[in-house]
Design a protein around this ligand. Structure first.
Ligand SMILES: [Zn+2]
Length: 480
């Protein structure tokens, strides 16, 4: 059977410059054997020493990926076209060696420990210098990520953030220092990155990543790194990465647990293949509510940094189609296999998502403006006025005992959210009841639970929780 094999640009140096090679074969395996029999120098680029096809090589018969046919055993018919598609790390790995930037004398010295690694070497270091990496967020994950990518000599680092450095960030966001409290995170991070390595370009975007700016921004970079802390931005990053064909190096953290993966729709699963939909709002608490061990983002962020470097260098063992799970408390790593979901709405065969959407709405966060809250609210200042005016009321604090121990509103009774329904009889119905937590979310839930359980008395949520109380009434109550 006459089969035409299409050779991609990077491999043509091994086929005497030919872009197409005609062979006689009845299966994919046979065709590649014919090809590498004729061009022996090509074999080690397509096959490992164990004689299996290298996993960054994808093969297509017509427009079908052979992984979804019979793999290398896929039968071929006369006139079939076999395409070899090696992965390319954006512009950087694709650039021919002669187009990569040269290193300066200072850079030879700076990167000497990379230059003596055969896996990096001079060409690898020039690839890093040529690379453009966009990191979303300069927080817990973005800190170690940015520092290591800058130190490694990634030539252009885009950073996106809109936040201001707060004292409570410093327990884990090591790119910022105490002197930076109150400064914009972007300014603080840029200074630090330039200090680590003045050779790199830092492209700072002091803005929120939105459906309006994400695609334009992503197109300018080779690799995107997700250092976000909320589901809206996580789906936005994933969707924009898929729509622009960029690898998305993912990391997430909560309390003691972390996850990492490389989502790259051209070569494997995307985040939506793994999680087609976000959890309902409120089900998974944020780090601000649930806490996070300070060193955890350091570990996960450096795993991401390592994957970014490997993607740029064209390494084989990247976290593609693998979800790495890490538990710092038990110090265990686990790995799950990921598969590209053929029905994925974003990257599947019949994808329906062709553009970015409203991610607040997708994550269920848009409350209709007109809709009234199903409970009453009070501000911290108003509550203070009520207490001073001796209004008959009781305050129920639904946080956990360890939170109550170091910050509480005088006179408040502690009933943690998880016990509120079982202890309903401890709340007298005849008085006005103010319910509070740290920021107002758990207390709103508590009111819902009590109402569902048939509680008849008047329940009022303290807007902004004890944080608002500390801000507006009593600054001696510690904020956390
Ligand atoms: Zn997908």
């Amino acid at each position: 059977m006459a089969i035409n094999i299409l050779i991609p640009t990077p491999l043509r140096q091994f086929t005497g410059g030919k872009s197409e090679v005609a062979v006689n074969a009845t299966s994919v395996d046979e065709a590649l054997n014919e090809l590498t029999g004729e061009f022996t120098g090509l074999r080690k680029h397509l096959y490992t020493e164990q004689d299996t096809l290298r996993n960054f090589i994808n093969l297509y018969v017509g427009d079908e990926d052979v992984r979804y046919l019979d793999g290398p055993k896929t039968k071929l018919s006369d006139g079939d076209e076999l395409t070899i598609v090696p992965s390319i790390a954006g512009g950087s790995a694709a650039a021919p060696a002669e187009e990569l930037p040269a290193l300066t004398t200072e850079e030879y010295q700076r990167y000497s420990r990379h230059l003596i690694l055969p896996e990096v070497g001079l060409d690898g270091q020039r690839k890093l210098k040529n690379a453009r990496v966009l990191t979303i967020g300069t927080g817990g994950l973005g800190s170690p990520l940015g520092l290591y990518l800058a130190a490694a000599g990634v030539g252009t680092l885009g950073v996106v953030d809109f936040d201001v450095v707060d004292r409570s960030n410093l327990q884990r966001q090591i790119i910022h220092g105490t002197k930076d409290i109150g400064r914009s995170k972007i300014a603080s991070a840029t200074d630090r990155l330039k200090d680590v390595n003045p050779n790199i370009n830092v492209e700072a975007f002091e803005t929120r990543l939105t459906s309006e700016n994400a695609l334009e921004l992503f197109r300018e970079y080779d690799v995107v790194v997700d250092g976000t802390d909320n589901f809206q931005t996580r789906y936005l990053v994933n969707d924009a990465a898929v729509l622009t064909g960029k690898p998305n190096v993912y990391g997430s953290i909560f309390r003691f647990e972390g996850q990492a993966s490389v989502f790259w729709s051209g070569r494997g699963a995307c985040y939506r293949c793994l999680y087609p939909e976000p959890p309902p709002p409120g089900l998974v608490p944020s780090c601000a509510e649930g806490g996070v061990l300070g060193v955890l983002p350091g570990i996960v962020g450096t795993i991401q940094a390592s994957e970014v470097l490997k993607v740029i260098l064209g390494a084989e063992g990247i976290l593609l189609n693998r979800l790495l799970l890490f538990d710092a408390w038990t110090m265990r790593f686990r790995e799950l296999k990921l598969r590209k979901n053929p029905h994925c709405e974003l990257c599947g065969e019949n994808a329906t998502i062709k553009e970015l959407v409203d991610y607040d709405a997708f994550c269920g966060l848009n409350l209709p403006v007109e809709e009234e809250l199903p409970y009453e609210e009070i501000s911290a200042k108003e509550l203070d006025g009520w207490i001073k005016g001796q209004v008959d009321l009781q305050i129920i604090d639904v946080r956990e005992p360890h939170e109550y121990d170091f910050a509480n509103i005088p006179g408040a009774q502690l009933i943690p959210l998880g016990q509120i329904v079982n202890r309903i009889c401890e709340i007298p119905k005849g008085r006005t009841t103010i319910v509070h937590c740290k920021g107002g979310v758990r207390s709103a839930k508590a009111i819902g639970y009590l109402q569902d359980a048939g509680f008849q008395g008047r329940l009022i949520n303290l807007k902004g929780g004890i944080t608002a109380w500390s801000n507006d009434v009593d600054p001696t109550v510690p904020k956390y």
